[in-house]
Design a protein around this ligand. Structure first.
Ligand code: ZN
Length: 178
């Protein structure tokens, strides 16, 4: 998914189309990409950076955590947003950002009855036992994703060490012994 920076007009560029499913590069044997990755993006330049917003969609085959049957799942990222510093090259590849967001949108505990079209054979048995744990884990995952900052803003910065702690340690070291 490559963008030529020279081809982005001041008003921004709308790009939509499909990419080979290979870009997903899934390592999980329980998830298989089906068909292409569809994208619909607005790309623009601002303050030395490149940003893209829009939506992504891909169909994958997943394995139900309850009945272990394979089923088709449509991954949708309706609010894709990314921003990167403008690279020195004229051609920018958005594949990695797109890939990451699609992977994040995959359900951590996929269920074959997600769209109500199929009744899961093994659901009832497990639900009484594990439903609470699964629900909590899903909530956790959703919260992480929804508060995530767009790439390149401030989300990826390493946690800063508290300068006062270091200063205190220095004071301890330099303090004259009594
Ligand atoms: Zn199932």
């Amino acid at each position: 998914m490559k963008i030529h920076i020279n081809q982005i007009p001041a008003t921004g560029l709308h790009v939509e189309g499909e990419e080979e499913r290979d870009i997903l590069d899934l390592n999980d044997p329980a998830v298989k990409p089906l068909g292409t990755v569809r994208y619909n993006l607005d790309v623009g330049l601002s303050d030395g950076g490149l940003f893209a917003t829009g939506s992504l969609e891909a169909d994958v085959q997943m394995e139900c955590v309850t009945c272990l049957e394979p089923f088709e799942y449509r991954v949708e990222v309706p609010d894709f947003a990314m921003q990167i510093d403008l690279p020195s090259t004229e051609l920018v590849d958005l594949t990695e950002e797109v890939r990451e967001d699609i992977l994040l949108a995959l359900p951590p505990y996929p269920h074959c009855d997600w769209n109500g079209k199929k009744a899961c054979a093994g659901l009832r048995k497990i639900r009484t036992k594990n439903a609470k744990n699964v629900k909590n884990a899903e909530n956790e995952r959703n919260r992480d994703h929804s508060t995530g900052q767009p790439n390149g803003q401030s989300g990826n910065e390493p946690v800063e060490r508290n300068p006062w702690t270091t200063l205190d340690q220095l004071n301890q070291l330099t303090k004259p012994k009594e």
